[in-house]
Design a protein around this ligand. Sequence first.
Ligand SMILES: C[S@@+](CC[C@H](N)C(=O)[O-])C[C@H]1O[C@@H](n2cnc3c(N)ncnc32)[C@H](O)[C@@H]1O
Length: 297
Amino acid sequence: MVEGSYLIQSDCLEYLKTLEDDSVDLVLTDPPYFIGFDGGKGWDSQWKTEEEYLAWCADWTLECIRVLKPNRMLVVWGTLKTETFIKYKLQTSADARLTPQNEIIWSYNWGGRSQDNFVRKHEYAWCWSKGKKFLFNDAEIRIERKVKKNMNLEKKLLKEFKDNNPNATKKEIAKHKEEHIDPKTLFAQGTIPTCIWEKNNHTTSKDFCGWHPTTKNLDVLERLIRGYTNPGDTVLDIFMGSGSTAIAAERCGRNYIGCERDGEYYTKSLERIRDQNPLFQAMEPTHMELETFMQLM
Ligand SMILES: C[S@@+](CC[C@H](N)C(=O)[O-])C[C@H]1O[C@@H](n2cnc3c(N)ncnc32)[C@H](O)[C@@H]1O
């Protein structure tokens, strides 16, 4: 069982080793895509070949499955800019413990654009459940319906009344409709959104983090977290980057744990998270990190 919220500076595989089996309620993570886009830091081009990259992905994915509770969701961000993620999807779905459940498309319309083709402005959040069933907290993610009046239902209820009361007058039918049929109320809970979500990372917004090249949108993360967890649950992100998953989890009243290897991102993300929650604590360095530190002294 994981308690509280933590962020640690660590390699993800080292960090995952410290977590118990079946201990987190949602894995929501955004790995390097291996497309060379990392603001010049090099973390997105650490592998010589696609095979090497996919083997590394298999390592952390297996660990994420191990630490995820049964009937909960593994959500991994990716792109089809290259076809590497088709291979990642196939290798991940081959794990008998997982069931592919959804493909959320985050679309946006900002940033640079090519002049010689339609502009690619979307990324995917692929969702697998551990087991066949999974928690879906629809009450927290429903949105207002565009069409509020359920015409089909109104017709059906009127027909039922007329069938049961064949001699009813027009006045009686109108009275029954007014007093007993209010199809709008049946839509009061709103509707479940589709899997295509358009949200921009507005550069003027307080939520936008200008110092990490691949910051995810907080509203999108919040919706994923609300939909796939209950309040008080724990969300794991092993590639925290600028801390977006942590901030989104905090806003949803969920705990979060995660790691980021890069020292600069780690320090800045702690500041970003503390802006959200001044009481947030960073985790003590792991034993292994202390050892490395001592060797460097
Ligand atoms: C795609 S970014 C995540 C961005 C994040 N979703 C956000 O909104 O800011 C991937 C992050 O993984 C980190 N990273 C790369 N290799 C890692 C490793 N082996 N262990 C931990 N973090 C790693 C990179 O430094 C980078 O910040």
